[in-house]
Unconditional design. Structure first.
Length: 114
């Protein structure tokens, strides 16, 4: 369910950036939006794959799923907010999301070894 919602919002964000924002923000801000939407869509797809691979009780991939979800929300949505508002303080949240994504990839690797 979360993966589907993130996937839908990622496609919507990409379309919004390509069609609505392209004429209203600087090329630098548009590049930030594009980075956010790429990470958003990639991690939504990862969440779909993890959901398909989940065991019956859902515990094997629980923490990577939580980490990827929190990471993409903090990373991508802080960048979306930065582009839309120009509030640079929001960019302080972005590295937290990025670290959650990195840690989730490492946790995914570790869990796959088990």
């Amino acid at each position: 369910m979360i993966a589907g919602l993130l996937g839908a919002t990622a496609v919507a964000a990409g379309a919004f950036g390509a069609h609505a924002l392209a004429a209203t923000v600087t090329p630098e801000r548009l590049a930030v939006w594009e980075t956010a939407s790429q990470y958003h869509l990639i991690h939504a797809a990862v969440l779909v794959l993890l959901a398909l691979q989940s065991d019956q009780d859902g515990t094997r991939w629980k923490w990577p799923i939580i980490g990827f979800t929190a990471g993409v929300l903090l990373f991508s949505f802080s960048l979306y907010a930065l582009v839309l508002t120009g509030e640079t303080m929001l960019a302080m949240i972005t590295p937290i999301g990025g670290m959650l994504l990195i840690l989730s990839w490492l946790l995914l690797f570790w869990r796959a070894l088990k």
